[in-house]
Design a protein around this ligand. Structure first.
Ligand SMILES: [Fe+2]
Ligand SMILES: [Fe+2]
Length: 161
């Protein structure tokens, strides 16, 4: 996690920079999810790489997603809040979505810590990877576009109008 792409920058980035960094994070998360999916499938086949592989994959996903959600909450929400009229509404929807993700991850991580060897955990991990992947695809399609995340164009419109 020492990679600078995960650190919330001191100064607010441009919309373009923010979008690019978040897409890079999504790529890393995809790689992590692919590994986790593999762990889940092997465990479901009764061939887990190690007894705690599923629980540990859940812990890794939660840790990475916490960093990612914090980044989006700080960087993306700030840009959206300034993009009137629709930005603040999208910022709120994003925060609510993140709240749900945090709660689901926390809940599953608790279960993994309490009973790391429970067989149902692998099925839950498989569900989790699919769910996060779908959320990223939705974000990339609906939000992380030049129109979805943009710098304050209202001010420019007003001065040129
Ligand atoms: Fe998000
Ligand atoms: Fe995201």
């Amino acid at each position: 996690m020492a990679d600078p792409i995960w650190t919330v920058p001191e100064h607010r980035p441009t919309a373009e920079q923010a979008r690019r960094t978040i897409l890079q994070q999504h790529e890393r998360i995809r790689a992590l999810l692919a590994q986790a999916q593999d762990v889940a499938e092997r465990a479901l086949d009764g061939a887990s790489p190690s007894p705690d592989a599923v629980a540990s994959a859940i812990g890794d996903i939660r840790a990475t997603m916490e960093v990612h959600l914090t980044f989006e909450d700080k960087v993306l929400v700030a840009i959206l809040e300034d993009d009137l009229p629709l930005g603040p509404q999208r910022a709120r929807a994003l925060r609510e979505d993140h709240h749900k993700q945090r709660a689901t991850l926390a809940q599953l991580h608790q279960e993994a810590l309490a009973a790391p060897l429970l067989p149902t955990l692998a099925a839950k991990l498989a569900f989790l990877t699919g769910w996060i992947l779908e959320d990223m695809i939705g974000e990339e399609k609906d939000l992380l576009t030049p129109d979805g995340v943009r710098d304050d164009v209202v001010t420019i419109d007003q001065t040129s109008g």
